[in-house]
Design a binder for this molecule. Sequence first.
Ligand SMILES: [Zn+2]
Length: 382
Amino acid sequence: MGKTLDDYVDEILKVVKNVSREEIKNLFTQWIKYGYSPETVKEKILQRFKPEEKIYKIRDLRNNMENVNLIGKILSVKEYSKDGRKYYIGSIGDDTGTITFMSFMPVPSEKGTTILLKNVRTGMYKDSLRIYISEKSSIEKSDVKIEGTQKQLTIYTVERLTKNLRNIDITLKILYSEPVQGKERTIYKGLGGDTTGIIQFTSWKENLEKGKTYRIKGAYVNEFKGSIYLNINENTEIFETDKEIDVKPISLAQAVSSNLSYAYLEGFFLGVRDIEQVKKCPVCGRILNDTTCPVHGNVEPKFDVRASLIFDDGSDVAVLILYQEQIKGKMIEEFVKEMVMKPYLVFGKISKKNAITVFPLDINEIDSEYVEVLKNELEAGF
Ligand SMILES: [Zn+2]
């Protein structure tokens, strides 16, 4: 037996006060005519008449939320001006986290002031979740006591990271890091790991140096093209530590299935597929068919030699592309010949357009002691 109109109206009136039954009923009937389901109509009416009831916690905020109410303590505010219009950027915190806000309304500038924000919205700005305070929002001082604004951090390991996690406390050994020049600033992208796995990261703050281990507090997880990465922003705290972390490589199959764009692999080079001379754009390094770069137009190409090697780690096979330019003090033909049938650790960018292709950033032969262990395992019947 379905609910009747009066049932819905009763449910709404249990929550919404100061509005007549008549008014709720009329509104309900009207919205049903627009084609909304009764449940949706109920939600809409509750939202309209009772917006100040729901106070969100910072931890629960997600991208693209509207009509959000929040109580938080001002942690910082800075005034800016553009085209004669003032705006404010700062951060507020509650007992579940902190968040950056951008406001077109004056915000109390005294640190520690607790405010009630009504009708703000959330959005992403440069990979960070923000709240936006507009003319439609209101800002009131509040008497609510906030028990400190320490970020409630949770310690994670790589294998437990999933999309949209926030306030992560994680310790990572950095396997690779490179600066990427953005429009306004340099950011750092790379790969870090712990004993449970590896993860890509983007740092908007500082470079994390290869080989060092850092405790990263207050990072969060984002997703780009189906692949998750750890996001480090200005509010993330980074401490170098002496903790020893033994990062384990992952398999090619796993790197591909988890859509990693960087991978840390361990395998053998089965052979050299070919070695050829190529033309590269002198600016961006793209491989050119003639003298035209799709980005830089007509250029004087640079010549390089490219070797394609077959890399096998037992889970899958990839083509590894190595350039003479990457090798110092040796001819590539000699260099790759010596790699064949030896185990290597490879850090690199991975792509899977047709075949799996690995563009190495670092290649290290695995030490002989380890090879002995491998051999023994193989002889033991693997
Ligand atoms: Zn180019």
